[in-house]
Design a protein around this ligand. Structure first.
Ligand code: UD1
Length: 430
């Protein structure tokens, strides 16, 4: 079983380049099957969730030509199957995007109910409400969502809760519906805007992405395109927190600083130096960092996907910080692992009360999910001595060559898959 082993206690210093946004890529890949023409996608992150989605696209009959690690050409003219199902696709959350994409193009879809990280209950009732409003019949049978329509017809949809997945999914189906769809109370995340831009580059007519209301004029069909995915806001934020937690100095390159404002603001508040460039952000950690409070919210609020990395940073700051998790109720599972490293955090419901400590000590810990896994690696790199992070499959779902990028910043970290290799690392590092 693969693990990360690291020896922490040194500041991370240097430059790191951020890849394409995983969550934008998942929507864009699913949407790429909505045309019969060639679609070329660039700046694709080479991570597990993406590779699983590409396999599923191939399974249903589309051709997937991996031009290089970050570029793929997809042609969906030969899709023979509107039923997506394999054991892997069940495990990734974004499999739900096939419902919107297939329903839009073929007016029929059969997709297993999604899996993904276990960070709380993750219903898809809003997605279903949207598809029904467009005239589709949607049922859940034997663990799968079955959706079909004679015709999809534009509609006025109000989302009771701000949901990234529901916004993107309904937008995809509505792009090929008849007439106008208005979706209110939509998610404004950068990846929602990126998927809308991608669909527009295929000939869709979507306006308002990035605001609270999206207006879509349905078109009859979509055409081929070439598109480059935006940089990953969460990968960037993770390295920014790594700079802060290890008291390092990292320049994070290939980012859109505007997308990182909520994270930058909190790092400034605790006393870090944050310098924005056109397409880079430099974070300099300080020996004494202060406490603050955080409440996770939909964009432009503080992202829930950055909550664990920021909590680790605050656990090493002076004073008491309060972190409220407003999006997913089960996102503090890593706190027990952090306690094994000397963290002092009390969780009450969706609130974590963090008593800052002077330092962590290395321990063997388990990654409970993707972002918490990355946060534990940051903790390990800030800790004195050796830390082993187990279950790193979660981390590999969303971070490309995480350990290599960290090594480029001076981290002593390796991926190992046996006790013998771990022992070798300990002897080598000393
Ligand atoms: C996406 C991201 C995930 C991120 C999350 C919030 C992908 C593949 N995943 O997940 O990394 O943490 O946005 O930024 O892009 N909800 C409902 N009913 C629904 C849908 C959602 O009640 O039909 C609730 C959820 O339980 C949650 C909230 O709405 O409390 C937001 O969820 P949502 O934005 O939909 O998250 P995902 O799209 O699953």
């Amino acid at each position: 079983m693969e693990q990360f082993i690291m020896k922490g206690g040194n500041p991370l210093v240097g430059e790191v380049t951020i890849g394409g946004a995983k969550n934008a890529a998942l929507g864009i890949l699913a949407a790429s099957i909505m045309t019969d023409e060639d679609v070329l996608i660039e700046n694709l992150p080479d991570v597990r969730d993406i590779n699983v989605l590409l396999e599923a696209i191939q399974e249903i009959g589309a051709s997937v030509d991996r031009i290089d690690r970050h570029t793929v050409k997809i042609n969906a003219s030969d899709i023979h199957e509107v039923s997506v199902d394999d054991e892997y696709i069940r495990r990734i959350r974004a499999s739900y995007y096939f419902i919107g994409a297939l329903l839009g193009k073929y007016k029929s879809a059969q997709v297993p109910l999604p899996g993904g990280c276990n960070i709380g209950s993750r219903p898809i009732d809003l997605h279903i409400k949207g598809f029904r409003a467009l005239g589709a019949k949607v049922e859940i049978e034997r663990g799968a969502v079955l959706a079909h329509a004679i015709d999809l017809v534009g509609s006025h949809i109000y989302l009771d809760k701000v949901s990234v997945g529901a916004t993107i999914n309904i937008m995809m189906a509505a792009a090929l519906a008849e007439g106008q769809t208005i979706i209110e109370n939509v998610a404004k995340e950068p990846h929602v805007v990126d998927v809308a831009n991608f669909l527009n580059s295929m000939g869709a007519n979507i306006k308002g992405a990035g605001t609270d209301i999206i207006r879509i004029k349905g078109v009859r069909k979509l055409h081929g395109t070439e598109y480059s995915i935006i940089p990953d806001q969460i990968e960037a934020g993770t390295f920014m927190c790594a700079a802060a937690a290890t008291r390092g100095d990292i320049t994070v390159r290939n980012v859109i600083p505007k997308h990182l404002e909520a994270i930058s603001a909190k790092l400034l508040e605790i006393g870090c130096e944050v310098v924005e460039f056109d397409d880079a952000v430099r974070v300099v950690g300080k020996p004494k960092q202060r406490h603050t409070n955080i409440n996770t919210l939909p964009y432009p609020g503080f992202p829930t996907d950055m909550q664990p990395q920021m909590t680790v940073t605050l656990a090493l700051a002076e004073g008491t910080s309060i972190v409220t998790e407003s999006i997913f109720e089960n996102r503090f599972k890593y706190v027990d692992e952090l306690a094994r490293m000397g963290g002092s955090i009390k969780v009450e419901g969706n609130v974590a009360i963090i008593g800052g400590v002077d330092g962590f000590t290395g321990a063997q810990v388990n990654a409970p999910d993707l972002r918490a896994g990355a946060a534990l690696v940051i903790a390990g790199l800030a800790a004195e001595g050796f830390t082993v992070v187990d279950e790193i499959g979660y981390i590999q779902r969303g971070y490309e060559h995480f350990e290599e990028k960290l090594r480029g910043l001076g981290a002593q970290i390796e991926k190992v898959d046996s006790d013998k290799e771990a022992q070798k690392f300990r002897l080598k590092i000393g």
